[in-house]
Design a protein around this ligand. Structure first.
Ligand code: AMP
Ligand code: MG
Length: 183
């Protein structure tokens, strides 16, 4: 999964950030090609107007979020989508996405499903599997793996597709090491 959120060039206030896109792909097992995708914009309620910085970073347009449903309904659809074929392991590049789900669930008085906590931080495992001293952002990790970046960086669905290609390298090794159970 990869989330995009409201952001500003002059503020790093995490509590102010709200999800504006949920992008996700499903891999049936550790190194399978993705089979299903989830790609939805979300209308933010705290700051409904996207900053210039946010529109430029994400390429998400004001009309995309204006026409979108609010978090409560998009998140319900996402939970249906992801839990439809249980069990699942939620993976993302870093811990940001899980934390942002927590923030938005709390804001909307929703309970984050406990299965989301079985989360794999691919960025951390990629660094430790390669013996890197520092964790790499998605773009640098793709370059390290010799994979071109496909689509538009900082669009949730495109980031999720690229992260899935990195996951296909990382997850089989985590399975072999017993860090995660085979799906
Ligand atoms: P990403 O998955 O890397 O596209 O980032 C997810 C979200 O983090 C973005 O939608 C922004 O809200 C925020 N973000 C990412 N990079 C930056 C940045 N350089 N400055 C401020 N916010 C950022
Ligand atoms: Mg992203």
């Amino acid at each position: 999964v990869d989330l995009e959120a409201t952001c500003w060039d002059d503020s790093r206030d995490r509590a102010r950030m709200e999800i504006i896109e949920i992008g996700a792909v499903e891999m049936p097992s550790a190194n399978d090609e993705p089979t299903r995708e989830f790609s939805r914009f979300v209308r933010p309620i705290v700051d409904p107007t996207l900053s210039d910085f946010c529109r430029e970073l994400t390429s998400i347009r004001q009309q995309d979020v204006d026409r979108a449903e609010e978090f409560v309904s998009v998140f319900a659809d996402f939970v249906d989508w992801i839990a439809g074929e249980a069990p699942f392991i939620l993976c993302s590049w870093g811990r940001y996405d899980l934390n942002q789900f927590r923030t938005d669930c709390a804001r909307h008085h929703l309970v984050l499903p406990s299965a989301f906590e079985r989360h794999v931080n691919l960025k951390k495992h990629f660094a430790s599997l390669l013996g890197l001293r520092k964790e790499l952002g998605m773009e640098r990790a793709l370059a390290k793996a010799g994979l071109p970046l496909i689509g538009t960086h900082h669009r949730g669905i495109d980031d999720a597709r690229n992260i899935a290609r990195l996951a296909a390298l990382v997850l089989p090794q985590l399975e072999a090491a017993g860090v995660i159970a085979p799906l």
